[in-house]
Design a protein. Structure first.
Length: 357
């Protein structure tokens, strides 16, 4: 006799569904924090020491995990993203996405106190440029630096992107560099083709004609290799999530040889330090270029630096500068924003509006 399946028959769960359900069980003590929309970060220093961040303030979480639970969670998070983790080698480090979170993990013994986890919530809504900009006039990005009444910082940044200026975006950890980059990319004209280069997929574009290339160190595909490949993919603009190594040399070269509108982020404490940081990364390429040549190339490639700061729970643009060089080869930063903020210099000149570094 033929057998018929009843309309109430259930289908077996997929391996991914099983992994997700198991992960919920393992992370049950911190699930309330992960589901709380007011929590921006959850960090597991040790299974017994967990902190959460709300509005820029870290407080200790009452719950605890088990060492085996943290290790199993790391393994499942890796597998859900097509990765693997193990104690020896680069696989002891994990950087993936899970639902609304970017998850970073480190296995013991690299994490000396035990396996560590950090969950950072992705933006709940699409970040807008105005979220980083706070009123006041901005100097014209063209020479001479005169104020333009009624022109906002948002308008100036949008104009720089629209006309194809290369931008270097800097800031400290969790200062909003990637979010600002995402907001700036929204100002790129629709007809232009974008090539995104990242080691972890973070940028979210709501437009057509773009591709994303992801570095995979496990397969020997690093960002420098991706930059070289991207130049053959007919990009109108190169967008790099963050530069940390020798790919900086290839990006500077590309920005100086016709690829206008290049944008990238770098960790730094100020706009001036961002340029020096980029120089250092270019040096890691081992090209043998003299330092003065590297500085000239950096200044020619990136005419403007946008620096971000995190103040309390707010992330905002604290500096917008135009980059030039002095006769002796030092950086000369022309502040476009803020206009009247005193800044420390190595050679103060009270009569000048420009800051040599």
């Amino acid at each position: 006799m033929a057998r018929f399946r009843t309309p109430f028959a259930t289908h077996p769960a997929s391996p991914e569904e099983n992994a997700r359900e198991t992960l919920k069980v393992l992370l049950r003590p911190i699930l309330p924090a992960l589901r709380d929309e007011t929590v921006d970060e959850v960090v597991v220093n040790t299974p017994e020491e967990i902190y959460i961040e709300r509005s820029g303030r870290m407080t200790r979480w009452n719950g605890t995990l088990t060492a085996q639970g943290v290790r199993s969670s790391l393994i499942l998070l890796a597998r859900l993203n097509g990765r693997d983790v193990r104690e020896d080698g680069p696989e002891a480090l994990l950087d993936v996405h899970h639902d609304d979170w970017r998850v970073s993990g480190v296995l013991h013994p690299v994490a000396a106190r035990g396996d560590a986890l950090a969950f950072r919530r992705r933006p709940r809504r699409k970040t807008r440029l105005e979220d980083f900009c706070f009123g006041g006039p901005v100097a014209s990005p063209r020479r001479p630096p005169v104020t333009t009444p009624g022109r906002s910082l948002e308008e100036v940044l949008t104009g720089l992107v629209s006309c194809g200026e290369n931008l270097l975006i800097s800031g400290g950890t969790s200062s909003g560099k990637t979010s600002l980059l995402n907001a700036l990319v929204a100002a790129v004209p629709e007809h232009e083709r974008l090539v995104l280069l990242e080691d972890t997929a973070e940028l979210e574009l709501d437009r057509g004609n773009w591709i994303r290339l992801l570095a995979h160190d496990t397969f020997g595909v690093d960002l420098r290799l991706l930059v070289r490949q991207a130049l053959r993919l007919r990009p109108d603009r190169l967008i790099l999530g963050e530069t940390r190594g020798a790919e900086a040399f290839d990006l500077v070269q590309a920005a100086n040889t016709g690829h206008r509108g290049t944008m990238l982020t770098v960790h730094a404490n100020s706009a001036g330090e961002a340029l020096h940081r980029l120089e250092t990364l270019v040096l890691t390429a081992g090209t043998g270029w003299p330092h003065v040549a590297i500085r000239r190339a950096v200044a020619a490639a990136f005419g403007h630096v946008v620096h971000l700061q995190r103040l309390g729970g707010e992330r905002r643009v604290s500096e917008l500068v135009r980059v030039a060089l002095t006769d002796d080869g030092a950086y000369r930063l022309v502040p476009l924003w803020p206009l009247h903020e005193a800044r420390p210099t190595r050679h103060p000149d009270p009569t000048s509006k420009e800051t040599p570094l």
